[in-house]
Design a protein around this ligand. Structure first.
Ligand code: SF4
Ligand code: SF4
Length: 351
């Protein structure tokens, strides 16, 4: 279990160029596997183009109370990149004027940004239809100052989306750290107690599953059923939907793949599972990701690989929805993670 980010460990892989080198060379350079560009060209999907913006995803900082093994953000307590209130103000201008129906706040642990509550209060006034906060659950029980987060979320009608890799303590703690399971269960009970996740309730509570090793997620519908039964039977916990997400080969998951000598096999399994129907709905076609310092990316993964949008509008201060619509999406081999099997996005499967 990692205790420090790749950046703090001064790992080679903390450098996004090093990650892109790995993803472009070896089995992709020597032709053993087709590049993502060649693969989507075969099915007539190149270039991938952005359609009308529907989801604005804002990363308010890479600081987190956890250091999960698979984290694509390389987040942790040692990361200091945090969105300032000035950049939040620029985001608010865009939130008020965008046609997007969903606002999605992510991190790190977004709640650790000192201006998080101010930002949520201001953003909620814009009346966006679906206001998501990605909460890792343990933050709610990490410190007394966070205990009232469920009430705060309820007050602003926030849709809570939380990671929960398994319904057993062993598998959850292995991926996310000792004690994570018990804290997550307690946080879910707190959320249920005020109405989150209860069938028929407008207070949405969804869980995110991602595999703990070098394999693809199973069927989302079947897993949701298993999760619901186990969490209800064992802890009387309820939630609305389960999103099954594929781990993309970047940051700490790439580090894990290389260290465990699974990198090539994993890339083979992603390429073999390529699904042309999924490529039509990959999330970058209707989403825009904003980094803690206000730069624009096609998705959170491209943000972590430092691959900015292919548009004249590159920063939230010069945001122009018309210019951004129709842009060519920036791709590399990590994109195979979004098109394998039933596909994968921040909202689960796409095909
Ligand atoms: S996966 Fe989520 S909870 Fe875990 S370290 Fe990364 S941002 Fe934090
Ligand atoms: S990784 Fe990002 S750019 Fe690539 S297909 Fe997935 S969402 Fe699109």
């Amino acid at each position: 279990m990692a205790t420090k980010s790749l950046q703090k460990r001064e790992s080679d892989l903390a450098n996004s160029n090093r990650q892109l080198d790995i993803l472009s060379n070896g089995i992709f350079k020597n032709g053993e596997l087709p590049t993502f560009k060649n693969k989507i060209s075969e099915t007539g999907h190149f270039p991938l183009k952005a359609k009308k913006l529907e989801i604005l995803q804002i990363n308010v900082g890479y600081m987190c109370n956890q250091v999960c093994d698979h984290c694509h953000v390389d987040a942790g307590p040692d990361r200091k990149e945090i969105m300032t209130r000035d950049t939040m103000r620029e985001c608010l201008e865009v939130i008020k004027n965008t046609g997007a129906h969903t606002l999605d706040l992510t991190g790190g642990a977004p709640e650790m940004n000192p201006d998080f509550r101010w930002f949520v209060e201001e953003a909620a006034k814009a009346g966006i239809k679906d206001f998501i906060v990605r909460s890792n659950l343990t933050i709610i029980r990490a410190n007394k100052k966070y205990y009232d987060l469920p009430e705060f979320f309820k007050k602003h009608n926030v849709h809570v989306v939380s990671s929960m890799p398994h319904w057993t303590r062993g598998k959850t703690d292995k991926q996310r750290g000792d004690g994570v399971f018990d804290k997550s269960i307690r946080a879910l009970q707190d959320l249920n107690a005020i109405g989150y996740g209860i069938p028929g309730s407008d207070l949405r509570l969804d869980l995110v599953y991602n595999p703990s090793g070098a394999f693809l997620p199973g069927d989302q519908v079947a897993m949701e059923k298993d999760f619901k039964k186990a969490l209800k039977d064992d802890f009387d916990i309820q939630f609305h939907n389960l999103f099954a997400i594929t781990n993309l080969p970047i940051a700490r998951f790439l580090d894990f793949l290389i260290a465990s000598e699974n990198y090539e096999d994993y890339m083979y399994s992603l390429v073999e599972a390529y699904n042309p129907t999924a490529v039509e709905n990959v999330m970058c076609t209707n989403t825009l990701s904003i980094s803690w310092d206000g730069y624009l990316f096609d998705c959170d993964f491209n943000q972590m690989l430092n691959l900015p949008v292919n548009s004249k509008s590159k920063h939230i201060s010069e945001y122009n929805e018309e210019l951004l619509e129709g842009r060519n999406i920036v791709i590399s081999q990590h994109c195979y993670g979004c098109t394998a099997g039933a596909g994968s996005s921040c909202q689960g499967v796409v095909a």
